[in-house]
Write a protein that binds this ligand. Structure first.
Ligand SMILES: Nc1ncnc2c1ncn2[C@@H]1O[C@H](COP(=O)(O)OP(=O)(O)OP(=O)(O)O)[C@@H](O)[C@H]1O
Ligand SMILES: N[C@@H](CCO)C(=O)O
Length: 315
């Protein structure tokens, strides 16, 4: 059977950084942030050419091991066949291994680009199938949901293995909700990374029932707090399921979260860390920027409500 046809024109995809968990919503909640990676892909006659600027330019492999390329290959397989050649140009701004969803952004960008350069690709791999594939590659759905959909997202999967990881092919789903416009995210990014794999390795197989029950209540409250009642964000972002267990890998981040929370600021470990996310308002954001001191890059970010987008090449 003949494989799919490909478009000759290049495609540009923009994908947002994301913060997962937001305290109590482990592997479920995500928030899309106004910090973006850009990807331009063109189907070529032969070979694979990968160009990288920005984050990872000095460290990432420029071959089939590159995560964007791996996501594209998986997508082309689903769509019925690989193109003869590929040119991939990455402009990376999301820092890697910091808990801001860089791997999810790479995966979502690759899938979106691959389906956009394939004739009939968007129809053959619709948005629901895109989320499921991205989640399967990433291993959990929270970051990819926020990256694809934008806004505040609640994600879930149909089935889990004994480790709490979605079973491959089990299907991932998500809804997006518009966050309250008064919520202003501030991120404190430390110099050194902690890989998600390492941070997940610190989690116990089971947790006390009381801790699980506490998180259920806070997670439910967070949906109300982040959409309608930001004054409840401090209690709503309390977590007992993952942050404390990860402290040995990121003691300074844990201390920063505790320090900010003692000042009444809704601070959490962003994703698997070690970045700290504070959910503030416009006046507090300016005051907290200097809170972490030397060795941290502090940024006030916008909320992204659009998610991953295929854009004109000129934009
Ligand atoms: N733009 C990219 N291009 C290629 N590979 C990437 C890119 N971004 C991330 N990666 C790969 O993913 C790794 C980081 O993934 P990891 O899941 O550990 O952190 P993260 O996604 O930044 O954080 P978190 O999942 O906690 O939000 C990098 O070391 C690199 O191998
Ligand atoms: N929910 C994930 C997000 C990081 O990828 C975790 O905390 O491990």
């Amino acid at each position: 059977m003949a494989g799919p046809a490909f478009r000759a024109a290049a495609v540009r995809v923009r994908v947002p950084a994301t913060s997962a968990n937001l305290g109590p919503g482990f592997d479920s909640f995500g928030l899309a942030l106004g910090l973006y990676d850009d990807l331009v892909v063109r189907v070529a006659d032969a070979g694979l050419h990968v160009d990288i600027a920005g984050e990872g330019a000095d460290t990432l492999a420029r071959d089939e091991r590159h995560l964007v390329v791996r996501a594209m290959r998986a997508t082309f397989d689903r769509l019925g066949g690989q193109p003869r050649g590929l040119e991939v140009v990455c402009a990376n701004r999301i820092p890697h291994g910091r808990g801001l969803g860089s791997s999810s952004a790479a995966i979502c960008a690759g899938i979106m680009a691959a389906r956009a350069v394939t004739v009939g690709g968007v129809e053959a791999l619709d948005d629901a199938a895109t989320l499921a594939l991205a989640s399967e590659i990433e291993g959990h759905p929270d970051n990819v949901a926020a990256c694809l959909l934008g806004g505040f997202t609640i994600a879930w999967t149909d089935a889990f293995d004994g480790e709490g990881t979605p079973t491959p092919g089990s299907g991932a789903h998500a809804v997006t909700v518009e966050p309250n416009r008064d919520v202003v995210p501030v991120v404190f990014i430390p110099g050194d990374p902690v890989l998600t794999e390492v941070a997940r390795g610190l989690l116990p197989g089971t947790v006390p029932h009381a801790d699980a029950a506490a998180n259920v209540g806070r997670a439910a409250l967070l949906v109300e707090a982040i959409t309608r009642r930001p004054e409840l964000l401090l209690p709503a972002t309390e977590d007992r399921l993952h942050q404390d267990y990860r402290t040995p890998a990121m003691p300074q981040s844990a201390a920063l979260v505790a320090g900010l929370r003692a000042e009444g600021i809704a601070a959490v470990i962003s994703g698997a860390g070690p970045t700290v996310l504070a959910l503030t308002d416009a006046s507090t954001a300016e005051k907290v920027l200097g809170f972490a001191g030397e060795g941290w890059a502090a940024h006030r970010l916008a909320l992204d409500t659009e998610g991953a987008a295929v854009l004109p090449l000129s934009q």
